[in-house]
Design a protein around this ligand. Structure first.
Ligand code: HEM
Length: 323
């Protein structure tokens, strides 16, 4: 289906067959992102990975992030943080249940994910900057908002929904915090003698060595990538976990099967470890089915085509957005 959201031609892709055609078969044509106001205001104008336009910069930054930040060996270096935070989480649930307190499971899962993510990226939990978490949440909300100024750009100056003001305020706070965190890491870098504590340290060493690379990174790229990782990792994962728990509570038969699988593969004497996950095939099916029923990012992030294309006999001129 073809729509026009204000002045923006938009293709609605609503079946698995067409999703495969647009996002797999012809993915390079639709891999770009539109220049949204929120990206210009908060994400340093497409200087990160998620909102970068398709091209050599995007390819190189994806390669760099995959190798230097998201490879299994890098993820492994943060394992102790994940284990420690998970243990604290289980202990706090256990003590709350022993004293028969009501537990806000959603709140606990969100805090767990925030603490893990902040420690891996910044090297500390949120308590140091009371408005860091709320500002990242605000940035996420602003990305998800339907912004009239993106649909009819000539109305941007009027800021009819007040989103522009919120974006500027959010950017001011986030930028200030990120600058402070990066400055602190630069100051402490000498003591580290090449040892990486967190994502910021890895990014700083990339910045220092990037004249030997295919792309030149600056401080704004670094801040945009750090925002990418925070926004992409936290709410998506915690929302997916909350839906899995909700579905299990609604389906006691399935809950029992998950418990039986855990009992037979892990046993009752120790915690589940990351290496167990590959053997927990029923649990994996439950997670996949839950994500099918409740997609965490139902409309994906916006995609934009970069050339004219004909798909299944339908001609589409360059630039429509994908929904
Ligand atoms: C259950 C958890 C998650 C879900 C449901 C999820 C979902 C998504 C979706 C739907 C997209 C958009 C894909 C597209 O544009 O076609 C995306 C992109 C992305 N996600 Fe996730 N995500 C999750 C966890 C994570 C985590 C933990 C990270 C780690 C940092 C991450 C990093 C990214 C990045 C970097 C992109 C942009 C990729 C690109 O533009 O090429 N995500 N994710």
């Amino acid at each position: 289906m073809s729509l026009r959201l204000g002045l923006v031609p938009t293709m609605v892709v609503s079946s698995p067959e067409y999703a495969e055609l647009f996002l797999k078969t012809h993915d390079t044509v639709f891999a770009s992102r539109p220049k949204l106001q929120v990206v210009q205001c908060i994400w340093y104008g497409q200087k990160g990975m998620i909102f970068a336009p398709y091209g050599s910069f995007w390819r190189n930054i994806c390669k760099l992030c995959t190798i230097e930040l998201l490879s299994s060996s890098k993820i492994e270096t943060f394992k102790s943080i994940r284990v420690e935070e998970l243990l604290n989480f289980v202990k706090s649930i256990k003590s709350a249940s022993e004293s028969q307190c009501i537990i806000d499971v959603s709140g606990k899962v969100e805090s767990l994910l925030e603490d893990m993510t902040f420690r891996m990226i910044f090297g500390f939990k949120d308590d140091r900057f009371h408005n860091l978490k709320s500002s990242i949440q605000e940035a996420g909300e602003l990305v998800g908002a339907l912004n009239v100024a993106d649909c009819i750009p000539c109305l941007r100056a009027f800021d009819l929904q007040g989103l522009g003001r919120r974006m500027k305020a959010c950017n001011k706070i986030l930028d200030g915090i990120l600058e402070t965190i990066i400055d602190e890491h630069v100051r402490d870098a000498k003591e580290l003698q090449g040892q990486h504590r967190d994502f910021i340290d890895v990014m700083l060493s990339l910045l220092a060595s990037d004249n030997t690379r295919e792309i030149h990174l600056d401080r704004e790229n670094m801040k945009a990538i750090v925002l990418d990782m925070n926004a992409a990792a936290m709410e998506t994962t915690s929302t997916a976990i909350e839906w899995v728990i909700t579905e299990l509570l609604k389906h006691p038969r399935v809950m029992k099967l998950v418990q039986e699988e855990l009992e037979s593969i892990v046993g009752l004497d120790r915690m589940v470890e990351e290496t167990d996950l590959i053997k927990l095939s029923y649990l994996k099916m439950v997670i996949m089915e839950t994500m099918r029923l409740h997609p965490v990012v139902p409309f994906l992030l916006p995609h934009e085509s970069t050339e004219d294309i004909t798909i299944n006999g339908y001609f589409m001129p360059k630039n429509p957005e994908l929904l």
